[in-house]
Design a protein around this ligand. Structure first.
Ligand SMILES: *Cc1c(COP(=O)(O)O)cnc(C)c1O
Length: 370
């Protein structure tokens, strides 16, 4: 009765659409966080079949799950458990984002232990202040990497960083710092094949920063990384639709209070429709009073409090029956609210909306690779 419909063909099409915009750069398709809530394994299999050349995830455990599912593409993971020995990752041929000399040492030890060469991407913090080496640490990271390469423990695949997308001026400063860091790597004798800096936002904004690779997440799922543009502006199609069946309807008199806190009362005799989706499914509770949903071709506001398992629609005298389909969000081209609409209603971003969808939703895949 609760369904997330994931259109994998839309994701494959979005990959081709974004490819045409990135000046021939390799696309690393980001499938972290269960492919932003879309389902990591089916999405990765579809991307592999659609010709994706690289996958990216945050955690090594996500990368290992992809390997276990039989995916052979190069995979980068960059957010590491401080206790990880990196043996499993190096053994599975997972490429590792590296932010400091201490991680490099652990990776080199893993490579030596396994008799393998680890493939690393060195990360410089160009201003975001998250992971990555500081400018002060960078020479030591380069020196250590150079040494491990000479010993045969490591290959430096890439230099990378991540933009804050705070303002164009801030991003341009990060781009300049990134180019300096790449120059310093060359001067330190560190050889690398790839540079990658931009995610969806930067890739669409700064063609001069495509380099050899871009890392694309949200755009592949058919969502815009900008609040001032819709996905359709870039020819992208949303892949996720969230739906549920009305479980019950009833006629109530005027003055009926509805749901916790009585945010809404009926003003006349009215029909109430109960929808079995709540904040346990990821519907933001603070979107109560603002979120809109689509039912039988009409848009209704969720005027009352969203609860853990359910919300109620006051549909007035409209004909609604148990079993009718309520669309919480989907492709706005079909006249339903978008993930962006729900994000605005819940004071968040589309990334968070799709990523948090889960709970008791059942996922149905369209265009699945078998
Ligand atoms: C999540 C993430 C991405 C993808 O970002 P989108 O905005 O979804 O394209 C790229 N790089 C890094 C380091 C990330 O954490």
């Amino acid at each position: 009765m609760r369904e997330l419909i994931i259109d994998l063909d839309a994701i494959a099409t979005n990959l081709q659409t974004m490819r045409s915009k990135v000046s021939g750069a390799i696309v690393m398709a980001i499938v972290k966080a269960d492919a932003y809530g879309h389902g990591m394994i089916p999405v990765a299999k579809k991307l592999e079949a659609a010709g994706a050349e690289y996958l990216g995830v945050a955690d090594i455990n996500e990368a290992l799950a992809l390997r276990d599912a039989g995916i052979d593409l190069p995979i980068l993971a960059w957010l590491h458990d401080p206790r990880d020995t990196f043996v499993r990752a190096v053994d599975a041929g997972i490429e590792l984002g590296v932010a400091n000399v201490e991680q490099l040492a652990r990776i080199a030890a893993a490579a030596e232990h396994l008799g393998r060469t680890a493939r690393v991407h060195l990360k410089i913090d160009t201003g975001l202040g998250r992971n990555g080496a500081t400018a002060a640490e960078w020479p030591d990271v380069l020196k250590a990497a150079h040494g491990y390469v000479a010993e045969g423990f490591m290959q430096v695949v890439a230099i990378f960083s991540h933009l804050s997308c705070t303002s164009e001026a801030d991003d341009l400063q990060q781009i300049a710092r990134f180019e300096t860091a790449c120059e310093q790597a060359r001067e330190a004798g560190v050889e690398f094949e790839l540079r990658h800096l931009t995610a969806s936002d930067g890739a669409l904004r700064y063609p001069q920063a495509h380099y050899e690779m871009v890392r694309l997440g949200v755009s592949l799922y058919g969502l815009s990384p900008f609040t001032e543009n819709t996905a359709a502006d870039f020819g992208l199609r949303p892949a996720m639709t969230a739906q549920a069946l009305v479980t019950q309807t009833k006629r109530v008199p005027a003055g009926q209070n509805i749901s916790y806190g009585y945010l809404h009362q009926t003003t006349a005799e009215s029909t109430l429709a109960l929808v079995p989706v709540g904040y346990a499914e990821g519907l933001p509770r603070n979107a109560s009073g603002n979120a809109k949903v689509s039912l039988n071709g009409k848009t209704y506001s969720i005027d009352s409090r969203i609860a853990m398992d359910q919300f109620v629609l006051d549909v007035g005298n409209d004909k609604v029956a148990a079993g009718d389909i309520v669309t919480i969000f989907g492709d706005p081209a079909s006249g339903v609210p978008s993930a962006d609409d729900l994000a605005a209603a819940g004071d968040t971003i589309n990334y968070e909306i799709v990523t948090r969808m889960g709970g008791r939703f059942k996922r149905t895949y369209l265009g699945e690779e078998v």
